[in-house]
Write a protein that binds this ligand. Structure first.
Ligand code: SF4
Length: 402
């Protein structure tokens, strides 16, 4: 598995696969061919939802406003190396001098034909939860300690990540108005946060606050704000919501929050390595489902659950997101994406609760559910793989109440 620095990335929303990844590809190309002009052809999900996700905007920002962007829907997704594939044609004095094929493979990670990135190097010697569990049990250490042993300098980076997550919650809570893109979706985080509490029970108050925090980050993402991929932009509100609740409302220390980020990162990394965190590849279960597992494991770390209980929390969280389709209306990361972050944040607490009590009685290993998610994703009809051709994207009428 790669460094957690490759999982948690600070970037501009709304989509890690459609904005952060293509931006990195464009920066790579520009560095290699500084005095050139470019044409970019987008395929698959990049073509079908690239407009709504802002792919053309970021490519032109890096490669120049005159760059021609072509949305090519003529190639079937199954014929592409990855559903998010693009070609960059490089020109010098009007003559084509190169063609670079690249893919944005999820969470802002990229692959470029013929290029080895040093940050993609394998850092962790284990790649499955069962192997990591065996190791930490033998050494009598916690999952976060395994991260610190493997990446001794990671704490400073995680503190930076936490700082951006905190800012995205606090910034989103202050805003009102509507989101850009044409759907006229209202920003709701501030509204729900400032609403009078009708709830008297702690768990319901926690739901309200967790929803507000998840909305705040997801709305920042949809508004092209700065967020952390956790594991992606579309699902960026889930983990910060539960961590911010623990920090702000349960007064958990920042040191413990960093431990939770480390453990949650391990879960995200296992999914990224053995399956996919890309909605274009495996549907929303790969984004929101993974974020939910990461958040459930993070809460488990905060409350010092055992390794078995943390595994169970992550497994339950993913299990009950299986089959979740990706169907963003107008190709924007707004409906249903933003609200999905709230649901997953609440589900993370529920998964933690189930695991706390029932871990010894439950049988499904996390690795099995990761494999199941991947196979389910591969079996999903392409309509549900970030193409905006099925599900809510097909049936929702613009200006309907969301
Ligand atoms: S539906 Fe899920 S996977 Fe698809 S764009 Fe929205 S958050 Fe991402």
């Amino acid at each position: 598995m790669q460094s957690l620095k490759e999982l948690y990335k600070i970037g501009i929303g709304p989509s890690s696969s459609h904005t952060i990844g293509p931006e990195r590809i464009a920066e790579f190309v520009l560095e290699k061919y500084p005095d050139s002009s470019f044409k970019v052809v987008l395929y698959g999900s990049l073509s079908l939802t690239g407009k709504g996700h802002g792919t053309d905007r970021v490519l032109k920002k890096v490669l120049g406003e005159k760059t021609e962007i072509i949305f090519d829907n003529s190639v079937a997704i199954k014929e592409l190396p990855h559903p998010n594939t693009l070609d960059v044609f490089v020109y010098k004095d009007g003559t084509q001098i190169n063609k670079i094929r690249a893919s944005s493979v999820g969470g802002g990670s990229i692959k470029i034909d013929g290029v080895e990135f040093k940050e993609s190097a394998r850092v962790y010697k284990h790649s499955t939860f069962s192997d990591i569990k065996k190791y930490v049990n033998e050494k009598s250490i916690r999952l976060c300690d395994y991260v610190y042993q493997t990446e001794p300098d990671i704490k400073d980076y995680l503190m930076q990540i936490w700082s951006v997550m905190k800012n995205s919650v606090e910034s989103g809570l202050k805003k009102s108005g509507t989101l850009p893109g044409g759907l006229n979706v209202a920003k709701k985080a501030k509204y729900i946060y400032e609403s009078t509490d009708i709830f008297v029970r702690d768990s319901l108050l926690r739901n309200k606050l967790t929803c507000a925090y998840a909305l705040a980050v997801a709305e920042e993402n949809a508004d092209n704000g700065t967020i952390v991929t956790a594991p992606t932009c579309g699902a960026s509100g889930v983990l910060p919501a539960v961590l911010y609740y623990a920090y702000k409302n349960e007064h958990v220390s920042e040191q413990v929050i960093i431990d939770a980020l480390a453990t949650a990162g391990l879960i995200g990394n296992i999914v990224k390595t053995n399956a996919s965190i890309s909605g274009a590849e495996c549907g929303c279960q790969a984004e929101i489902g993974t974020a939910c597992s990461m958040a459930a494991a993070g809460i488990g770390e905060i409350y010092s659950l055992s390794v078995d209980q943390i595994e169970c929390a992550a497994e339950v969280a993913m299990e009950h997101n299986l089959g979740l389709t990706c169907d963003p209306v107008l190709g924007l990361v707004q409906v249903p994406c933003i609200e999905r972050n709230t649901m997953a944040a609440m589900r993370a607490f529920d998964s933690f609760c189930v695991a706390y009590y029932l871990a010894p009685m439950r049988k499904i290993p996390f690795d099995v559910i990761v494999k199941t998610m991947y196979e389910t994703g591969k079996d999903l009809n392409h309509k549900y793989l970030e193409t905006a051709r099925g599900g809510i994207a097909k049936h929702y009428k613009i200006n309907q109440k969301d």
